[in-house]
Design a protein around this ligand. Structure first.
Ligand code: TXA
Ligand code: MG
Length: 323
């Protein structure tokens, strides 16, 4: 199969037709690119797992373009409507009780479904034109870094899908915040651009999930994720130089992903900016760029609370490797 990258109205119409026919299409959202299929078609969901090489117990997020569409897949509660009014369309995913029409293949056999209303105009147009809810995980090969450009998708999925819609570089840059609204209290399962604090302002309560990752929670949390293809280490700011020299002394080229100020100190520095927003926007592109080195070290930014979501992804990329 040849994979086309396109951004015209014609490409958008073709994408909608492909989705209606049960095929897969990659498309931009404001967080990361998604690998979309008809959420109500069990075979389309199966294709998504096959193309990504993803374990099928890790359920998919269902993308919708309007609030009304939620009633076709889930039982929304008052909290869901309040969060919708505050943050949607935008980088927030809500776990709700599902309607029977959503197949087990989409939800990994759960009684719940993850719904999200992306704000990228191309995503919204695509969902509206397809006329069906779109199940979409990030459009990377399983365990690789999530894609934030059409080219990232192409590198991972060339030959496996017919079409990648190109909507530019993703604005937010890391995946949506996931909040579970099916329990007694709202729980943030995956941190993102919308913080638990902001959700709490709307609902009066909300906390980050803490403790061991169990089956019932965001199953993606239990997998090592988002890793570049070269060894990747987390390094404290004051140890960057020594870690860099240590790896260089083994005859290896090492990339340094760091805040703007720190990155400047290294010839192979890859800056992810100076604010949390910039770091979220740049981190996945930086992790992919760093794959041209033999190894990569990433500055630990966890001394600043606002870097929590970016650090969550950095910790997953470094997978506990500390230097
Ligand atoms: O920003 C995003 O959310 C992107 C774009 C494409 O929308 N999508 C995305 O999908 O990140 P994915 O598949 O990479 O991550 C989905 C996460 C997984 O950790 C999965 O376990 C969790 O959502 N999830 C999905 N359905 C769930 C459910 N019913 N209960 C708990 N967690 C669920
Ligand atoms: Mg993913």
């Amino acid at each position: 199969m040849t994979t086309k990258i396109g951004d015209t109205q014609e490409d958008l119409l073709r994408a909608a037709t492909l989705l209606k026919e049960g095929e897969l299409v990659a498309f931009p959202t404001e967080t990361v690119y998604g690998l979309g299929g008809n959420a109500l078609d069990p075979n389309a969901a199966k294709k998504i797992y096959a193309v990504k090489g993803r374990p099928s117990d890790n359920p998919l997020i269902v993308h919708l373009s309007t609030w009304e569409e939620v009633f076709s897949v889930a039982y929304p509660n008052e909290q869901a409507k309040a969060l919708y009014d505050a943050f949607c369309p935008g980088p927030l995913t809500m776990i709700l009780k599902k309607l029977p029409i959503v197949p087990d293949e989409t939800t990994g056999g759960r009684g719940t479904v993850a719904v999200r209303f992306p704000r990228h105009p191309m995503a919204r147009k695509l969902i509206a034109l397809a006329g069906v809810p779109i199940a979409a995980p990030s459009a990377n090969v399983s365990k690789h870094v999530s894609p934030t450009t059409a080219w990232h998708v192409y590198v991972d999925l060339n030959g496996r899908i017919p079409l990648v819609l190109d909507g530019g570089t993703c604005d937010v840059g890391i995946e949506s915040t996931i909040v579970d609204l099916t329990g007694d209290e709202p729980v943030v399962l995956r941190p993102g651009a919308i913080t638990a604090e902001r959700i709490k302002e709307v609902l009066g309560k909300a906390d980050y999930f803490q403790g061991e990752v169990k089956e019932a929670l965001a199953p993606g949390m239990k997998y090592k994720h988002y890793s570049p293809k070269v060894p990747c280490y987390l390094v404290r700011r004051d140890s960057l130089e020594s870690a860099y020299r240590k790896i260089r002394s083994q005859g290896k080229n090492v990339g340094v992903i760091a805040s703007e100020k720190s990155a400047r100190r290294f010839p192979s520095g890859i800056s992810i900016g100076s604010s949390a927003k910039e770091a979220q926007h740049a981190i996945y592109g930086a992790l992919r760029e760093a794959e041209r080195y033999d190894a990569v070290i990433v500055e630990d930014l966890s001394d600043k609370k606002e870097f929590f979501a970016a650090m969550d992804r950095i910790k997953k990329a470094t997978g506990g490797n500390v230097l």
